[in-house]
Design a protein around this ligand. Structure first.
Ligand code: AVI
Length: 330
């Protein structure tokens, strides 16, 4: 018999309208203009992101799945038996099944996801595929403090799973803060299993964020469509363009929404003026060398215990533990 606990909601999915208005007004009043990337993920944005993952240029998902296909057994062996697996931002949890297939006697799977519908769907799918596995879904924002449900029995370790290179969407300081938060939640014996996109030919990276079918452009501009829908702003989408460039010095894709002409947009009671070619910064997607990432992990008091990559070394999955446990021996 499967055991699924009801979705515990720590948080409501949508920020209240006033918060959204305030976030938009504050970001568009800043110099340079800036909007947070979480604004991408309303229902339409999440569906567009799923479509991005299917684009031939977006190698990240394909490489991570190939990697999991090849190494899931070795990853499961490294994690050991009786693990409680806590997935941050689980979305549709597509890669998780590949890991759960190999884990020995997992204690529970705790998907943490802010959007209730993808959470519900992934729980439904995993219940069918793993009828013996206790599922403890948590509807919450993983960047905030979490109250993890009490596990059905004591796990040997808690492993935080964070696939997809979502860590790359955080700037270095925020990424270190998030890793430190995971470190606290996993406890002394725990670990973090994390997907990390690797540095490579900039042309390959840029193509991934400028697919020929224009899905990424639609995803980016959906942020303005969302503001129109939810706070009644009047962005004319045809007067803005998606731009994603690789900055080799910073080692990241920098995505902007660029105004095609001089214009004014109403956001609540505020008129926001745009010059022709003025850009709103909306997302960073950081790329790492193995050394870069080990240094980031060290800032959070973590050490890289193992790294797996796909055959072409495009993408990595890394297992991090508390730095002190490596020197003491696990
Ligand atoms: C979710 N995250 C890892 C994606 C990325 O590659 O930075 C989001 C994305 N943005 C545009 N394409 C994909």
């Amino acid at each position: 018999m499967s055991s699924v606990q009801p979705c515990v909601s720590d948080d409501d999915r949508r920020p209240p309208i006033n918060d959204l208005l305030e976030v938009a007004q504050r970001g568009l009043g800043a110099k340079p203009k800036r909007l947070p990337s979480w604004l991408f993920y309303d229902e339409r944005g999440s569906a567009l992101f799923d479509k991005i993952c299917e684009q031939p240029e977006y190698y990240l998902t394909r490489c991570e799945i190939a990697l999991m296909d090849e190494h899931a057994a070795s990853i499961a062996e490294t994690l050991g038996s009786d693990v409680r697996l806590v997935e941050y931002g689980s979305g549709n949890a597509r890669k998780t099944g590949m890991l759960l297939d190999h884990l020995h006697a997992p204690v529970a799977y705790v998907p943490v996801e802010i959007s209730p519908e993808p959470l519900r769907q992934s729980v439904e799918r995993l219940t069918g595929a793993f009828p013996q596995l206790p599922l403890q879904p948590l509807c919450a924002d993983f960047s905030r403090p979490l109250r993890l449900p009490i596990p059905p029995r004591a796990p040997r370790r808690t492993v935080v799973y964070f696939p997809g290179s979502t860590i790359g969407n955080f700037e270095n300081r925020e990424a270190a803060t998030l890793l430190r938060k995971m470190r606290n939640e996993m406890g002394d014996a725990g670990g973090i299993l994390i997907g990390v996109d690797l540095k490579k030919d900039p042309a390959v990276i840029e193509a991934a964020y400028n697919d020929r079918a224009g899905v990424t452009a639609e995803f980016t501009l959906n942020m303005l469509a969302r503001l129109n829908r939810e706070i009644g702003s009047n962005f004319d989408l045809s007067a803005f363009a998606h731009r994603a460039h690789y900055n080799p010095m910073a080692g990241r894709i920098e995505t902007h929404i660029v105004s095609r002409r001089q214009q004014q947009v109403k956001v609540g009671r505020v008129n926001v003026a745009f010059r022709a070619d003025e850009a709103i910064q909306v997302e960073y997607s950081c790329k790492y060398s193995l050394e870069d990432f080990a240094a980031l992990a060290a800032r959070a008091g973590l050490a890289v215990l193992r790294v797996w990559t796909d055959a072409e070394q495009m993408f990595s999955v890394q297992y991090l533990v508390r730095a002190s446990t490596v020197t003491l021996g696990r």
